[in-house]
Design a protein around this ligand. Structure first.
Ligand code: 5GP
Length: 227
């Protein structure tokens, strides 16, 4: 009856630092890492303890990053908290063509740039339950100086006001619930009518249609066809 697009979808997930998008995304990938893929960004930020090259980010110097900008290497990039961050173009088309969803874990400016380039992408904002909780999470992470925490908190406050630019907002109070909600959003998006490529009747359906126009349901030939 209908032929739906088999291509993957770009799923942009943003939240302020400490909003918990990393944990939500880890949950999504734990549920399914075959039909979804998390793009690894490049950054000029120094690795935090425990971060791994090629897993969390590709770590570049500022000069290397700028060179890549000139080479048109990025789908989008931005400067956030004095560091560069960018989404490499590499692999994205290939994954989408294979029917794999591509998750971009990026901040709001990057998301706005993706919206201009790919308006049909799915934009999800993960919201911390409260500002108090946000500060607590930033402090508990213990990876930033006080000054940096305050700077990130200010940025977070501004970012929360941009939530209406997204398609969906999910409050991350209980992680499992937040993951379930994002799963539901992704599932629902697959059923959007703009993913229909074609509506058609196959030969059998055409025949039934013809017969039903002319005859009633009790007619033997019709009854036989719809058995
Ligand atoms: P963090 O330093 O905490 O790892 O990341 C800071 C912010 O940069 C986060 O909001 C993160 O989602 C965002 N970010 C990470 N990679 C990219 C990217 O490739 N592009 C953009 N625009 N933002 C990114």
């Amino acid at each position: 009856m209908i032929k739906q697009k088999k291509t993957g979808q770009i799923i942009v997930i943003s939240s302020p630092s400490g909003g918990g998008k990393g944990s939500v995304i880890a949950g999504l990938l734990k549920n399914d890492n075959k039909t979804r893929w998390l793009s690894v960004s490049a950054t000029s930020r120094k690795p935090r303890p425990g971060e791994v090259e090629g897993v969390n980010y590709y770590y570049l110097t500022e000069e290397e990053f700028k060179k890549k900008i000139d080479e048109d290497y990025f789908l989008e990039y931005t400067n956030y908290a004095d560091n560069y961050y960018g989404t490499p173009k590499e692999y994205i088309k290939e994954k989408l063509n294979k029917g794999i969803d591509v998750i971009l874990e990026i901040e709001i400016e990057g998301a706005a740039n993706i919206k201009k380039l790919i308006p049909e992408a799915l934009f999800i904002f993960i919201m911390p339950p409260s500002l108090k909780e946000l500060v607590r999470r930033l402090k508990n992470r213990g990876t930033e100086t006080n000054e940096k925490i305050i700077e990130r908190f200010h940025t977070a406050y501004k970012e929360i006001n941009e939530v209406t630019k997204y398609n969906y907002v999910v409050v991350n109070d209980v992680l499992e619930n937040a993951i379930d909600k994002v799963e539901a959003i992704i599932k629902a998006e697959k059923c959007r009518v703009d993913r229909i490529e074609e509506v058609f009747l196959d030969t059998k359906e055409e025949e039934i249609h013809e017969l039903l126009i002319n005859k009633d349901l009790k007619n033997e030939v019709v009854a036989d066809k719809i058995k």
